[in-house]
Design a protein around this ligand. Structure first.
Ligand SMILES: NC(=O)C1=CN([C@@H]2O[C@H](COP(=O)(O)OP(=O)(O)OC[C@H]3O[C@@H](n4cnc5c(N)ncnc54)[C@H](O)[C@@H]3O)[C@@H](O)[C@H]2O)[C@@H](O)CC1
Ligand SMILES: [K+]
Length: 479
């Protein structure tokens, strides 16, 4: 699992390290790594390093210092470096002196545009982890002249370091080189960061504030049958979804559950005939009351928000098995919280709201800090909350939180959430910890989405059809 730390924790770790490190050493380590990446980008985009032009956008803090020192290192490789100082009187003293010594040029903000337009690469050293709010007007105006690739120092300036929120002018980088550890911005604002590289400066951090599952974590968690397994030992999942008029949600959720693991899938609802026709392996009945025993329920997609939907939700919440409540089920819970009285104590619950459903559940939209929002909903409902959005956030009532960073935005298509809930249900039935189940399902869902899309729009059926390929790439990467 990749660890992610808030800027407050990073700053504390930096202070501990600074106290035992010679003056300026950490910044030089950071800047050297930065210069290596800058040279790599120059070579990639222009075919050479020597003789190329790099322009530095330099703010008033240490982030600007990193950029200035990196400029001095790039001079050693015969790169023409120009630095635009946004606040000349507050520019990092040692960094500026090093750049000047190395033969780098300092240019005024007024002359900046022509140097930016001429650059083969622009380094964004405007603000780093102490940034607050969007870019100010002077920096925003300069960015309009950028046409070359951009390398962000530590993080793209203008993007909130702790939430990834963008609410005004901000840098969009091709690559972000960060130091010591990942910060929330790197997981929550992938479109602003571009490719992310981590340079080790010797920070020592444990107990991350936020996590990101990597491929190996998901592969290790995913249930793989052994010789002694049968369809029951793999976990039986019940799917209560869809209606006679809208059978699609049932077909997608039951299908995802069937493809996720080799356990058995039971379906209960008015779309039984359609589900059986599409997925003959699913045991389908008309009602949850005669569905038989399951180890987890997925409930909600397409069940409606009326009395019948409420009864279905109440029934499954009282079975003493984990429940993934999605779509209409979240709306029912928001409107009639008393349905949760039917929940057996200690029954794990996973809620999977999108922003609108979140607002119904919590009375206000998720806001800029989506991790904090998911955590507070998780506490309120004593449930794992999977908050959908470009980046999916999964929070547990005990405070654990993870982010799934997508590859592209192809998952935002009708029915995509039904596929996700089926995957979550299958993993709950297999006995995974609900937080991990939700995170692993989100990971495979976005992987299937990018495989299905492959650079063009796809559909929920396409995402569903790509689930086996996604799992194959995780579980048997060599084949
Ligand atoms: N402390 C350390 O040991 C290290 C720090 N490093 C660098 O230092 C950075 C943090 O440096 P600082 O704490 O000096 O602060 P920053 O460089 O993040 O910038 C803070 C400065 O920018 C101004 N500012 C804040 N928001 C702004 C906005 N929206 N527009 C314009 N100006 C704004 C503030 O007035 C302040 O002067 C890190 O991101 C990293 O790049 C690295 O060199 C690694 C070592
Ligand atoms: K920056």
């Amino acid at each position: 699992m990749q660890g992610i730390w808030t800027t407050e924790r990073i700053r504390a770790a930096e202070d501990r390290l600074l106290a035992v490190t010679p003056d300026g050493e950490l910044m030089r380590r950071a800047a050297f790594g930065l210069a290596v990446h800058a040279a790599e980008m120059l070579a990639e985009h222009t075919g050479s390093v020597s003789g190329r032009r790099v322009t530095l956008l330099v703010g008033s803090g240490n982030n600007g210092g990193d950029a200035l020192w990196a400029g001095a290192f790039l001079r050693r490789r015969n790169v023409a470096v120009s630095a635009i100082l946004l606040k000349p009187e507050r520019a990092h003293g040692a960094g500026l002196a090093a750049l000047k010594r190395s033969g780098g040029k300092v240019v005024s903000v007024e002359d900046g545009p022509q140097w930016i337009r001429r650059a083969d690469l622009v380094l964004d050293g405007i603000v780093g982890i102490s940034a607050r709010g969007p870019l100010r007007a002077d920096a925003a105006a300069l960015l309009e002249h950028v046409s070359s690739p951009v390398l962000a120092v530590d993080l793209p300036s203008g993007v909130d370091p702790d939430t990834g929120a963008v609410d005004g002018p901000a840098v969009v980088a091709d690559r972000t080189v960060t130091f010591g550890a990942l910060k929330p911005v790197h997981a929550l604002a992938p479109a602003s960061c571009g490719e992310i590289a981590l340079v080790d400066i010797g920070l020592s951090l444990s107990d991350p504030d936020l996590r990101r599952l990597d491929t190996a974590d998901v592969a290790a968690a995913w249930p793989v049958p052994g010789p002694g397994d049968d369809k029951y030992s793999q976990g039986v999942v019940g799917v209560a979804a869809g209606s006679a008029t809208y059978p699609g949600a049932a077909v997608l959720a039951a299908g995802a559950a069937a493809l996720a693991t080799s356990g058995l899938v039971r379906y209960a609802g008015h779309a039984a005939d359609v589900v059986r026709g599409r997925w003959p392996e699913v045991v389908a009945t008309g009602s949850v009351t005669d569905a038989g025993r399951v180890q987890a329920w997925v409930v909600g997609p397409g069940i409606g928000t009326g009395n019948e939907g409420r009864d279905v939700l109440r029934f499954v919440l009282g079975r003493g098995v984990p429940v993934c409540a999605d779509a209409d089920a979240t709306t029912i819970i928001a409107r009639s919280p008393d349905v949760l009285d039917a929940r057996d104590p200690d029954t794990p619950l996973v809620l999977t709201p999108h922003a609108g459903e979140f607002e119904r559940l919590m009375g206000s939209p998720p806001g800029a800090d989506r991790v904090a929002a998911a955590r507070s909903a998780a506490r309120k409902y004593d449930a794992v909350v999977l908050l959908k959005g470009h980046c999916t956030v999964v929070a547990a009532p005990d405070g654990r939180a993870l982010v799934n960073t997508p590859r592209g935005s192809w998952l935002a298509t009708a029915g995509s959430g039904d596929v996700l809930s089926g995957l979550v249900g299958a993993l709950l039935a297999a006995g995974l910890d609900p937080w991990l189940a939700a995170g692993a399902a989100a990971h495979v869902h976005s992987l299937a989405g990018s495989l299905a899309a492959d650079g063009a729009p796809t559909s929920a059926s396409g995402i569903l059809a790509a689930v086996p390929a996604a799992l194959r790439s995780l579980l048997s990467p060599a084949s």
